[in-house]
Design a protein around this ligand. Sequence first.
Ligand code: GLU
Length: 321
Amino acid sequence: MEKRITKKELKKIVSDAYEHCKKIKEGNNAGYIPYLAKENSDLFALSLCFVDGDIINIGDYDYIFGIESISKVATALLIMKEYGCETVLNMIGADATGLPYNSIMAILLENDHPSTPLVNAGAIAAVSMVRPVGNKGQKWKSICDNINALCGSRSEFIEELYHSEALTNFNNRSIAWLLKNYNRIYDDPELSLDLYTKQCSLGVSTEQLSIFAATIANEGLNPKSGVRIFEARLSPKIISMIASVGFYEHSGDWLFSSGLPAKSGVSGGVMGVLPGLFGISAFAPPIDKAGNSVKAQAAIKYIMEKSGLNIFDSCSIRIDE
Ligand code: GLU
């Protein structure tokens, strides 16, 4: 059976999801980063960008929040562009750890085996690979240019978030040096850690993240700017990474219940990709114990369920004779 849904119907579902979820009170702001701990817990936004560039926005969709872990998706794409997928697979990997995003245990358990650019250890290693190795200024420019190109407009560096995180990131510092111990970091550990912390502190809106996600759904062609950001063959690669570890140790539960590969961040942002159709983004600061926004999860699940869309549903795929 082929499924059909109109933009108008989806717009209604997105607006119902917003109304349905805005009263949810569960979850707490990320407590370990002071800037995030004091962010307004009532902020709530939903954005959906179709692969033709049309956008549905609702709530605080132009509010600028820290991109946090969602930046890992951008930098994973950047190093796949710079080195090719096979090299990234060999130097970092694409395995879910099944453990929290900042797990040191995962590095100890898999010290001879790579993990994924979408958890802290792999993300710090990914930043270390960004070219030109050793040149902090050029690396930072390249990271920012890439995120801005994916979003179709400039991100804003949130200085206060960066300082807040840099003063408290002792766990990530341990990760960077442990990677060094196992020869799994490819630039200076302190330089890599600092650039990783800076990239997490870039501010974006849900509208920008929905365009980022729609660029992936649209095989690397940004539907808003019309600029090709990466080659089409990288889309399935990055979507597979997002699917396997986007919700950390709850990635399986998330995929099972939403049917949408999505990446979350501790600031309360979520960005999901439905290939060939749209990118979606939600933001609400209170998160669950794994670090995933409670309201954003509920709203996206609502939209997927009511629309009947699901990446694992092959009903509309045809094989011709
Ligand atoms: N900057 C955060 C950290 O390194 C990112 C974590 C996340 O968003 O999952 O702890």
